[in-house]
Design a protein around this ligand. Structure first.
Ligand SMILES: [Fe+2]
Length: 309
């Protein structure tokens, strides 16, 4: 798509999802936690942010939950340019203690949840290509900063993420107490599948019922121009009150709009569900969840077995 790039934008070499020499260098050196080299964003990167933001704003006003809308306003996100994480954190940190922490890419599952426990959110700093605004299988800065971080300004939601990090610690402790190696990996794979499904159907794709009807709080929906409306309006979507026993056994696929979504009443409700998830983990009720997506990678499993807890 042809587009006029704003000549006032600074022009760096580019920090695009598919092409970011700075990130490639960090990955090749084994550096996971990095700084955000702001001058490297290209004019096209800033334009991408601007177009994504402008496209989402009316949908947020219509479909997003009130906590998210308050978060967008409290963070003072710049609609025009890729945000500086430092600026975001200046507004975010005093509210809930959370910080966006720049990362070079994939974060093994235990480290990811451990960051949440420490009120740090591993944040992708690259941005999708301008000619592909819609579909992106991996996270980018728009998904992470515009989709996730506004939710972290809400105390009850932030506490829920921390509670999720506690759950990961419990999972690692239980796994490390299991001496039989094969049984350790089998049970841990099941427990992590349950956690990943819970995270997916709440933090990424959750809906919440409130005084103004059904609203979106899941970040996968909040950062998707097409799916946010679909999630609320489409008769093709099944929407059910969240049930833990269902969620932990429900597979999901990431490459199309979600046909099944779960509804919570409040973030206090969500917080209590995470506590229930942890109790079930301790009781061994997550050791044999239904097979299927998502598949757990060896790196994710190993991150729990080798975690310092
Ligand atoms: Fe996400």
């Amino acid at each position: 798509m042809a587009h006029a790039l704003n000549p006032d934008f600074p022009d760096g070499v580019g920090m695009t999802t598919t092409e970011a020499p700075f990130i490639e260098q960090a990955v090749s050196e084994g550096r996971l936690y990095i700084t955000q080299p702001y001058g490297l964003y290209s004019r096209e990167n800033h334009q991408t942010w601007r177009d994504l933001y402008a496209r989402m704003l009316p949908s947020w006003e219509k479909y997003a939950n009130e906590h998210f809308l308050r978060g967008i306003s409290n963070l003072c996100l710049d609609p025009e340019m890729v945000p500086r994480l430092e600026d975001v954190n200046t507004f975010l940190n005093p509210l809930t203690g959370f910080k966006a922490k720049p990362v070079a890419g994939y974060v093994p599952a235990f480290l990811f949840f451990d960051c949440l426990r420490n009120r740090e959110f591993p944040t992708t700093i690259t941005i999708r290509k301008h000619d592909n605004l819609d579909y992106l299988p991996e996270p980018d800065i728009f998904h992470d900063i515009a989709g996730h971080v506004p939710m972290h300004t809400d105390k009850a939601f932030a506490d829920t993420l921390v509670r999720f990090g506690d759950c990961a610690h419990t999972a690692a402790l239980i796994a490390q107490e299991t001496k039989d190696k094969e049984e350790q990996v089998r049970k841990l794979t099941s427990v992590l599948k349950a956690m990943a499904r819970f995270f997916w159907f709440t933090v990424e794709f959750g809906l919440m019922r409130g005084p103004n009807g059904l609203k979106v709080y899941g970040s996968g929906l909040l950062s998707s121009h097409g799916e946010i409306a679909h999630s609320i309006e489409s008769p093709m979507v099944q929407r059910y009150p969240v049930q833990l026993e269902w969620v932990v056994n429900q597979y999901f696929e990431i490459d199309h709009y979600q046909p099944l979504l779960f509804v919570v009443d409040s973030f206090d409700h969500l917080f209590s569900l995470v506590g229930q998830l942890e109790n079930w983990m301790k009781e061994g009720k997550l050791d044999n969840v239904a097979p299927g997506e998502p598949l757990m990678s060896e790196a994710d499993i190993t991150s729990f077995i080798e975690a310092q807890v």
